[in-house]
Design a protein around this ligand. Structure first.
Ligand SMILES: Nc1ncnc2c1ncn2[C@@H]1O[C@H](COP(=O)(O)OP(=O)(O)OP(=O)(O)O)[C@@H](O)[C@H]1O
Ligand SMILES: [Mg+2]
Length: 216
């Protein structure tokens, strides 16, 4: 299967959530996890490399896809193989739209879209969803409230929630803004980090299981 963390907006928490999800899922699933960093900044990959100094076993491998490469795969069949594989293939994308992402966005099983409620973020999220529509992507879109501040009243929340649920699933549980998520590593989740993501990720896992009729 292919699960892609993507949206058009930079800095919404794609990489943080992708790392947290990869760590989270490796603790609950027997399946092999393969991570592909498809962002030219290579944040996930650099972090994973940096974590080699930690005396904790790695949970998965992270591959990068070169900037000059048009596609992450040598051929289309490789993409379909990843999709049909029982392994969990996670992709972390850059916060920009790029034609080189097209095939991946079309053939991902799930696109996890972190978003915030600021006007700018809301607009970018809708642009991204429209882009997926133009691509005729078959992927299930899963929206996740990222860096959510409990004490804050988001004026556009109701409108935005109504709008995005026309295009996909909105997880009920947000991922709150938490200091502990600012220093995440690729080898483990601390108790605090796990607590910060578990409600949203359990919903996400349940949804994946339901759609693919599997048990992650
Ligand atoms: N839930 C959270 N609570 C607090 N800080 C967060 C949270 N999620 C992400 N951040 C912080 O927000 C910043 C951007 O996060 P991140 O790099 O994950 O976003 P991104 O969408 O991958 O960005 P880019 O588009 O540049 O790839 C980072 O400094 C990260 O530590
Ligand atoms: Mg990123």
């Amino acid at each position: 299967m292919i699960i892609t963390f993507a949206t058009q907006k930079g800095g919404t928490g794609k990489t943080t959530l992708a790392i947290a999800f990869a760590n989270y899922i490796s603790a609950i699933s027997e399946r092999k996890i393969n991570v592909f960093d498809f962002d030219y900044q290579k944040s996930f990959y650099h972090k994973w490399k940096e974590d080699e100094i930690l005396e904790i076993q790695k949970l998965y491998n992270v591959e990068t896809i070169g900037e000059e490469e048009e596609q992450p795969f040598s051929d289309f069949e490789t993409l379909i193989e990843l999709k049909e594989s029982d392994e969990i293939n996670l992709f972390d994308l850059a916060g920009t739209l790029d034609a080189k992402y097209s095939d991946l966005l079309i053939y991902s099983d799930f696109i996890v879209i972190p978003f915030e409620y600021s006007d700018v973020s809301a607009k970018s999220t809708l642009v991204f969803v429209n882009f997926l529509g133009l691509l005729e992507s078959q992927a299930e879109r899963i929206f996740i409230r990222s860096k959510y501040d409990k004490g804050y009243r988001y004026l556009n929340q109701e409108g935005m929630d109504t709008e995005i649920t026309r295009y996909g699933i909105l997880l009920k549980s947000p991922v709150f803004k938490r200091n502990c998520l600012q220093t995440i590593d690729t080898r483990k989740l601390t108790y605090e980090q796990k607590y910060a993501v578990k409600n949203a990720f359990n919903e996400l896992v349940d949804y994946i299981n339901e759609i693919l009729k599997i048990n992650l």
